[in-house]
Ligand binder design. Structure first.
Ligand code: AP5
Length: 220
């Protein structure tokens, strides 16, 4: 079963996707990481996406949908981390899944918005892998250094308070409606985890869901 991680910026989607990748063999597909790699490499997609990302706005649907189609061709179960983010993207994903005879369940990271700014301003990232740390909640062994590679960590340019405000507003306006989309009584496929809990507790909740195999009606 493919998983769609749904939740606001800073809810912990990337953190947990990395853990599930290691424990259960999922492949994390983070649209944010793919876009940032394109920005670093200066590809036409990266050049077009950069302005939107720097300001905290969503990148236009058509660019994202074109980028995602080949990603879903690969074999194996994926965690879609950061996609879909609009109703248009969700409808396009449903169409892609139908064509490829695959299915997906959505996991909502339910979290109180009051914790998100502190999580994002305290985040440090290993740019090449997308691995994240937090100064208080998940510090690296050596400050500013990635545990696995020994390379320096960076702070994402969009993790500034002003940009975070725009990202949260974009989430409320464009992405939050997907909760109802996936919780449609006619075809419920949404489960949720308490993402306010400490990192290890959220992992335990997800492990339970994944071990019980998330079913299309939302029950674990
Ligand atoms: P993207 O990279 O996807 O960013 P995001 O959705 O804003 O999500 P984040 O990576 O900020 O949060 P997360 O939930 O993964 O949190 P994390 O685990 O790191 O997108 C960036 C931009 O790309 C967008 O603004 C947009 O421009 C563009 N984009 C991407 N996808 C797009 C799409 N589909 N359509 C259009 N545009 C798109 O955790 C955050 C911090 O909190 C970390 O420091 C972590 O250590 C800590 N933490 C995690 N869990 C906990 C916990 N339980 N308790 C305490 N601390 C925790």
């Amino acid at each position: 079963m493919n998983l769609i991680f749904l939740g606001p910026p800073g809810a912990g989607k990337g953190t947990q996707a990395k853990v599930l990748e290691q424990r259960f063999g999922y492949r994390q597909v983070s649209t944010g990481d793919i876009l940032r790699a394109n920005v670093r490499e200066g590809t036409p997609l990266g050049v077009e996406a950069k302005g939107y990302m720097d300001s905290g706005k969503l990148v236009p649907d058509e660019l994202i949908i074109r980028m995602m189609e080949p990603v879903l061709d690969a074999a194996g179960d994926v965690i879609l981390d950061g996609f879909p983010r609009t109703t248009t993207q969700a409808e396009a994903l449903d169409e892609l899944l139908r064509r490829k005879r695959k299915s997906a369940a959505a996991v909502l990271f339910a979290v109180d918005p009051s914790v998100l700014t502190e999580r994002l301003t305290g985040r440090w990232t290993h740019a090449a892998s997308g691995r994240t740390y937090h100064v208080r909640h998940n510090p690296p062994k050596l400050p500013g250094i990635d545990d696995q590679t020994g390379e320096p960590l960076i702070q994402r340019p969009d993790d500034k308070e002003e940009t975070i405000r725009t990202r949260l507003a974009e989430y409320d306006a464009l992405t939050a409606p997907l909760i109802a989309y996936y919780d449609d009584p006619a075809d419920p496929r949404l489960v949720s985890v308490d993402a306010l809990a400490p990192i290890d507790d959220v992992t335990a909740q997800l492990t339970k869901l994944v071990s019980g195999n998330v079913s299309r009606n939302g029950a674990a």
